[in-house]
Design a protein around this ligand. Structure first.
Ligand SMILES: NC(=O)c1ccc[n+]([C@@H]2O[C@H](COP(=O)([O-])OP(=O)(O)OC[C@H]3O[C@@H](n4cnc5c(N)ncnc54)[C@H](O)[C@@H]3O)[C@@H](O)[C@H]2O)c1
Length: 247
């Protein structure tokens, strides 16, 4: 299978896109350490997927969590080949209304956690080479209003990813970015609350719908984690139905 022999850390790996990535990775032959703040969903995922998943309950802002996730991968599964930096929490508000806590939430769970997990994973990834997949957003690429803290953290993640892709290329560690659009429970709640905004958003997606986390987004992440993409690094792949077309 496409991911046989891979051992991945997936942050925010219990629900949403991260949960879909955990499921699809295991189905395709990988072993997964899923890190998440939601113990109910994490334990349910581990019960569903069995011994190929280790659930680590923790917040990616906690400096101890990244080294613990790496240790679990090595102790339980023997190595670490893959890091998926998916977790990211943020709040929306106009730029002038954003509080220091809101900036800290977005940069702490997004940029800082991505940086910390990459640093913690590096000594293991370099042993045999590996793949890092970080997460961006159309909100950053397009400058979506009310998303200053989130968009800034996402574009900082893309900048970091390009630099580290170049620095680690000679050790065969690839670093790429996925920018998704997926109908997660958060997006479903937003659809209920603002049906007209949702319809307008869908109208801007050439393929005419938000993606399904498991059917549409996780396979693109799996491609970047697999050796099928071994000649790609430093790239951003849009998993968004054509909503943003990079040039
Ligand atoms: N859903 C979309 O359409 C969309 C669009 C653009 C970008 N993204 C990006 O894709 C990624 C996944 O998005 P999603 O919609 O599945 O998110 P989500 O909010 O539905 O799920 C995130 C998961 O991360 C966990 N989590 C949240 N904060 C955490 C923390 N501090 N530490 C550990 N785990 C934490 C949650 O419990 C949850 O299981 C994020 O990076 C997001 O910014 C999503």
């Amino acid at each position: 299978m496409q991911l046989d022999g891979k051992v991945a850390i997936v942050t925010g790996g219990a629900t949403g896109i991260g949960g879909a990535v955990s499921r699809v990775f295991v189905r395709r032959g990988a072993k997964v350490v899923a890190v998440d703040t939601n113990p109910e969903a994490g334990n349910a995922l581990a019960a569903e997927l069995g011994e190929r998943v280790a659930f680590l309950h923790g917040d990616v802002r906690d400096p101890d969590i990244a080294p613990r996730a790496v240790s679990i991968a090595v102790e339980r599964f023997g190595l670490l080949t893959t890091l998926i930096n998916n977790a990211h929490a943020s709040r929306q508000a106009p730029f002038t209304d954003l509080t220091d806590d809101q900036w800290a939430l977005s940069f702490g769970t997004g940029f800082e956690a991505t940086k910390r997990f990459m640093l913690a994973a590096y000594p293991e990834l370099r042993k045999q080479g590996g793949s890092v997949v970080n997460f961006a957003s159309g909100a950053g690429l397009l400058g979506q209003v009310t998303q200053a803290s989130y968009a800034s953290a996402k574009e900082a993640i893309r900048g970091l990813s390009r630099v580290v892709a170049n620095e680690w290329a000679n050790e065969n560690i690839r670093v790429n970015v996925v920018s998704p659009a997926a109908l997660t429970s958060g997006v479903k709640a937003w659809r209920e609350a603002f049906p007209e905004l949702y319809a307008a958003s869908v109208g801007k997606i050439p393929l005419g719908r938000f993606g399904d986390p498991e059917e549409d987004v996780a396979p693109i992440v799996a491609f970047l984690a697999s050796d099928d993409s071994k000649y790609m690094t430093g790239q951003t792949l849009m998993a968004d139905g054509g909503g943003v077309q990079l040039r």
